[in-house]
Write a protein that binds this ligand. Structure first.
Ligand code: 5GP
Ligand code: MG
Length: 178
């Protein structure tokens, strides 16, 4: 694997496609066990989680529904902390088992906002699954129920994660060179 340059920044290899896919399979097994026969609704958070959601749900055997929500809190490589409002979903989530699918949980602003918004719809359960978790950056009390890979605070790109629009299509995950 080689370094990549996106806009003005360079990134070095951090997680291989295989490491990512293995972690997703592990997570899918856990979800499989916890949501067997309960027809959960997986809600992928766009844009970052489009690949993760696609790969995760293909590892989930049994009935499930899949939908997407859009929010944003990042400009460039720093969280603005200014989480935009949730764009509504058509599905009725009342009395359903909901799993929010995030690419990465950083400060927690995004999941907090999502959690508050979706809780109001009275789902019978509401859990969070994330591909990547930055525990040292996390500032909220909401439990992050399912974590595939724990990482440090550095800015990452690839596998859905972008730097100002670029890098989402990379199969591996890269870390910023500073
Ligand atoms: P939070 O609201 O938890 O601070 O940030 C969550 C969102 O910020 C993620 O869904 C993701 O879009 C973005 N984000 C957080 N950390 C990173 C990172 O290391 N790289 C990229 N590309 N986006 C990140
Ligand atoms: Mg995101």
């Amino acid at each position: 694997m080689q370094n990549v340059t996106l806009h003005d920044k360079s990134f070095r290899p951090f997680l291989t496609e295989k490491e990512i896919q293995d972690a997703i399979k592990q997570l899918a097994k856990q979800l499989q066990k916890d949501y067997q026969d309960s027809n959960p609704i997986f809600i992928g958070i766009l844009n970052g989680s489009f690949l993760f959601t696609a790969d995760l749900v293909r590892e989930f055997e049994g009935d499930c529904e899949v939908t997407f929500l859009r929010m944003a809190s990042y400009e460039g490589t720093e969280s603005t902390g200014d989480v935009q409002t949730v764009l509504g979903i058509k599905e009725d989530i009342k009395n359903r088992n909901i799993v929010i699918i995030e690419d990465i949980v950083d400060t927690g602003n995004t999941v907090e906002k999502l959690y508050e918004t979706l809780s109001k719809e009275q789902p019978s359960s509401l859990k969070i699954a994330t591909l990547l978790f930055k525990p040292n950056a996390y500032q909220k009390d909401i439990p992050i129920d399912y974590v595939a890979i724990t990482v440090g605070n550095e800015f990452l790109v690839g596998y859905g994660l972008d730097y100002d629009g670029l890098g989402r299509n990379l199969k591996d995950i890269y870390i910023i060179n500073d």
